[in-house]
Ligand binder design. Sequence first.
Ligand SMILES: Nc1ncnc2c1ncn2[C@@H]1O[C@H](COP(=O)(O)OP(=O)(O)OP(=O)(O)O)[C@@H](O)[C@H]1O
Ligand SMILES: [Mg+2]
Length: 543
Amino acid sequence: MALIPGGGRPRPVGSPLVSPPGGGSAPSSRPEGLNGAGVALRPPPPVARPDIDGRASRSIELPMDPIVPAPNGTNGSGANGAAHEANGNGANGNGAAENAEGMGEMDFHLAEMSMPIDADDNDFDDELLRLSHKIHTILVDELGGQQFKSDDRERLRPVATQVMNDVLKDEKPLVPRRKAVLLEEVLNEVLGFGPIQYLLNDNSISELMINAPDMVFIERSGRICRSRRKFIDERHVMNIIDRIVRPLGKQANARTPMVDGRLPDGSRVNIIIPPLARFGPSMSIRKFKREKLTGDDLVTFGSITEKMRMFLEACVKSRLNMIISGGTGSGKTTTLNIMSNFIPVGERVVTIEDAAELQVRLPNLVSLESRPANIEGEGEVTIRDLVKNALRMRPERIIVGECRGGETLDMLQAMNTGHDGSLSTVHANNPRDTISRLETLCMMSGMDLPVRVISKQIASAVQIIVQQARLSDGSRRVTHITEVQGMEGDTLLLQDIFVYDQKGRGPDGKVIGRHRTTGFRPKSVSAIEAMGYKLPRDLFQPD
Ligand SMILES: Nc1ncnc2c1ncn2[C@@H]1O[C@H](COP(=O)(O)OP(=O)(O)OP(=O)(O)O)[C@@H](O)[C@H]1O
Ligand SMILES: [Mg+2]
């Protein structure tokens, strides 16, 4: 079995998914045509492959049909047949032999995957990708060094249409609808982020995950599925990555193979490229939601009940320290954002994040963002540095986007020393785990504190844990609102106030369950009432 050099997942190494014109994306001798908005007007160029071991750029051919039959056949054997053909015609030297060897093992891997294909985006297929790439290459040549901004779509449309019509003269005729889709793809290739631009424009998609040129996954309406969209090859992905990071003054290359950034619309992007990413350049994009969710939205979605919303609002307003915990993508940041907007207008707040996602609408707000080290390994400013600095900024509350290291101890100390009402999130699967996680994170501070001391610190700093989960149907729920009761001996006591009972799944796959109050009246009620907030008498009565 031939393995990809560097120990990659056994996958066929060989031809592009579809044959680019002239047998490859020809290196352009033209200097890179970046316009003012950072839009590169060139075909997938010979972006320096991030390899440090001198491997040649690698394209990947992956059959889709054996994994998941496309519902309407648009991704069916015809399109894949083209890719196979490209392989078979010897364009790749010994790639064919490698493919033949690789296939067996790859089939084994893919056979394990039964991932639904996005049923809401049926227009894209290999043929469209091939044509779009071909037209784009010619169009870029025609445009010469002309500069276009991302909002120059209408200006570019006539010339793109002209080139498309010329190219299509030598191709099988396309129905008008398909032609219109193709034109948009070409424009996206020139002015946007290529094949994924369509997904970025679609508001029902919340997340994009590009694992390899032909492995694009999305989260649509809470559910993850595989997209039909693909890139030509790794160079094509690298070109789009370059387009994303260049305006940020960053580069993704062998020296900086991991890059965090944001798209112009505010979406959060993480990029990691080979050799760290073994299947090819990888991108994870958390789409920015223009309309921020509110507490009422969470009630409407069934993520919380009205009683829970009232309680959470009262907790924030009366300055309880709270931790929101949950798994990845469970909705922690969203809930933190909603809760931070319960903070009374007059208070001074400092927010600290790795990549600013929170949108706190307060006049007296300072928003801080950490910074990674530069290429020389200098200039790093960590969340911990920022928490320490924040303490000198006279904040009334500190909001740390996520505690994932030694800053947790500083955060707890801040909570214990006059910064009541501070909020943060941690990755943990249930309230008890949240405590263990906080303890572990405090130990990462380098202070050699016994666990008992840390537990005491947590017990006196944190009053409420809001536990969030992404359920199997993709919905997000607050599964626990739990009060930290304090220490009994060496044990930290927790008491659930609201919980979500999952009863099963309906025929449509939707989770069936309900929130209920446990009947426990939290100790914090006296603190809430002391701050002047009246909670309904029956708020904690068992349902
Ligand atoms: N209550 C909710 N109902 C529906 N969708 C939600 C809810 N909360 C969050 N989401 C959506 O879920 C996705 C993930 O949310 P969010 O970024 O808040 O998660 P997270 O736990 O902070 O993720 P990470 O661990 O990656 O930081 C977003 O697209 C968000 O809009
Ligand atoms: Mg988050």
